[in-house]
Design a protein around this ligand. Structure first.
Ligand code: GAL
Length: 356
């Protein structure tokens, strides 16, 4: 297991060094609010200098999607896109707003669209209008359901999805808790692991799978579990802070583990845990997903038990590569995957260094 972990870290480190080599880590200003009419501030040199790409992000204030979109923009520029031809828009967590933005991109004649849906269930409507306009489409981060994905291959449409399998991240969260061992976990001595679950957007398969598979890893390892609370905090730090504060008020020392579907919520959970006078890795355990810098620092300091690296670098590059392939007349697989990496005190520093 350790060897596997180490090789995964090596893979992460290699990706990072490759990135520096190909200029993927270029720093660029946040043009999040740019629209397609804005003048280009960077001269593009490659073959794609005239190519226009529209990027729809479900919500700019989301920490992980901010890392993703900044890397996506840097990478597209490093591949030869003109900065002014990359339009990245904020769906403000509202599907109607995002659908309007997609209509505008279609009307302005972009060569390709990259879409992080607000609601995955809107995929059929969005796919239909984008395909009808003859524009290739790359979905990212929020996976449409199997029925929708089947339509793409059945019809031979230029539509794909780029993302990771959230079951893997949930399993890794659970495994990190299993590794702590029942002796340490079972502080109230009831023979069970008593936990609370803090969920992201419940419509999102990442939230559903992480919730299910984190706990499944415990039961698969033969541990008995007891769910004290299951709260929705929509991927958001402040909402998680409040939900965990309430749960601690209600269940107090009985809470042995806090599972958060992402790191932003783990940071909120940590604020409430500390405010309640509890100490992570001593009298409570806490895990997240994403590997945000702040959380990696907490894992190193021992104030968060562990996280899972959600590789925004590989995902954004794969999305850009797929978009380029479509826009230049090529085809893509209908699902383009990516592996998560478990992050504990053993490799957190290495992962942090690889992201700098
Ligand atoms: C997840 C990520 C969350 C949030 C969400 C948005 O993959 O872990 O932090 O960004 O995507 O859909």
């Amino acid at each position: 297991m350790k060897r596997k972990l180490l090789s995964l870290v090596c893979a992460v480190t290699m990706v990072a060094s490759l990135l520096v080599g190909c200029g993927g880590a270029t720093e660029t200003a946040d043009t999040g609010s740019a629209d397609s009419g804005e003048a280009a501030s960077t001269e593009a040199s490659g073959d794609y200098a005239d190519m226009k790409v529209g990027v729809c992000i479900y919500q700019f204030s989301d920490n992980f999607m901010t890392l993703f979109r900044n890397e996506l923009q840097s990478y597209l520029i490093s591949q030869g896109f003109a900065e002014g031809n990359i339009s990245i828009v904020d769906g403000a967590n509202d599907q109607a707003t995002q659908t309007g933005q997609i209509d505008n991109f279609i009307a302005s004649g972009v060569d390709v669209l990259i879409v992080n849906l607000v609601n995955s269930s809107s995929a059929p409507t969005i796919t239909d209008k984008v395909v009808a306009a003859g524009i290739p489409l790359v979905y990212i981060n929020r996976e449409p359901d199997a029925e929708e994905e089947a339509r793409w291959s059945e019809n031979g449409w230029n539509v794909t999805y780029v993302g990771c399998d959230a079951r893997q991240s949930g399993t890794m969260q659970g495994e990190m808790i299993v590794d702590v061992g029942l002796d340490k976990l079972d502080m109230n001595g009831n023979g069970k692991v008593d936990y609370i679950m803090i969920e992201g957007d419940p419509e999102n398969v990442d939230a559903q799978y992480r919730t299910e598979f984190s706990v499944k890893a415990l039961t698969d390892a033969g541990l008995e579990v007891n769910e004290l609370a299951d709260e929705v905090a929509n991927w958001d730090q402040a909402q998680a802070q409040e939900k965990v504060q309430n749960a601690l008020g209600m269940h107090g020392n009985d809470i042995e583990v806090v599972f958060c579907n992402n790191d932003a919520m783990a940071l909120g959970a940590l604020q409430s845990i500390q405010a309640a006078g509890r100490t992570v890795n001593e009298d409570i355990y806490l895990v997240g997903v994403d590997a945000l810098t702040e959380v990696l620092e907490d894992v190193i300091a021992g104030t968060i038990t562990g996280t899972v690296f959600n590789d925004h670098i590989a995902q954004s590059h794969s999305a850009a590569d797929a978009a380029i392939k479509f826009a230049t007349g090529g085809t893509n697989e209908y699902y383009i995957g990516c592996d998560y990496v478990k992050v504990t005190t053993e490799n957190a520093q290495e992962v942090l260094d690889s992201l700098k």
